[in-house]
Design a protein around this ligand. Structure first.
Ligand code: ITT
Length: 185
């Protein structure tokens, strides 16, 4: 089975191919994706999927995700990708906002939308609870992974690594929910 992933983030394609056994994930590489104007992760994922449907007849997959920080009232949340340039700048900005803040609780959220060739919509949602570390550590993953410590762990997602992520991440949980929603083949 092949699905076209409507995303410009190569990390997502790599993670999702691992998370959806039996599926080949191909990224839809275009430079005219619509702006993510939705108020929720689901709305943004559906927007990306609808854009993909304009270009692809087969299975179309889209994902929207973000990080919600309790001390920031849930920010950056659905605006995570626009919070700061991806990578070190985003990490530094978030650590700066939390300087001197003892309440470090946060969660990752992932919302997947899969459109069947006949136009049926399937969804999967996943969350990962944790806290924001005081300094970055680790080299795997992407985005906020160097400063996100999942509940029950002492190390960041970037230290725990891709294999840990494939079992436990918000995206892994969303992918399992999506697989459960798929019709039997
Ligand atoms: P597409 O919209 O093209 O799929 P994107 O990276 O812009 O790619 P989103 O709009 O869904 O994706 O934004 C998600 C942001 O949330 C992402 O840029 C990261 O900052 C953060 N994020 C989501 N999942 C993450 C993860 O597994 N590890 C680290 N950061 C993550």
């Amino acid at each position: 089975m092949k699905a076209v992933l409507c995303s410009r983030n190569p990390h997502k394609a790599r993670e999702l191919e691992r998370l959806l056994p039996g599926w080949t994930i191909e990224s839809l590489e275009r430079d005219d994706y619509p702006p993510e104007t939705g108020a929720t992760y689901y709305e943004n994922a559906a927007l990306k999927a609808a854009f993909g449907r304009e270009h692809e007849q087969g299975w179309v997959l889209a994902e929207d995700s973000g990080i919600e920080v309790a001390a920031l009232g849930g920010r950056p949340g659905v605006l995570s990708a626009r919070y700061a340039p991806e990578g070190a700048p985003a990490v530094a900005k978030l650590l700066g906002e939390l300087e001197g803040v003892a309440e470090r609780g946060a969660r990752y959220v992932s919302e997947l939308v899969l459109l069947s060739p006949e136009g049926r919509e399937l969804r999967g949602t996943g969350k990962l609870e944790g806290r924001i570390a005081y300094e970055p550590a680790g080299t795997e993953g992407f985005g906020y992974d160097p400063i996100f410590v999942p509940d029950g762990e002492e190390r960041t997602v970037a230290e725990l690594g891709d294999r840990w992520k494939a079992e436990n991440s918000h995206r892994a949980r969303a992918a399992r929910a999506l697989v459960r929603a798929l019709p039997p083949r």
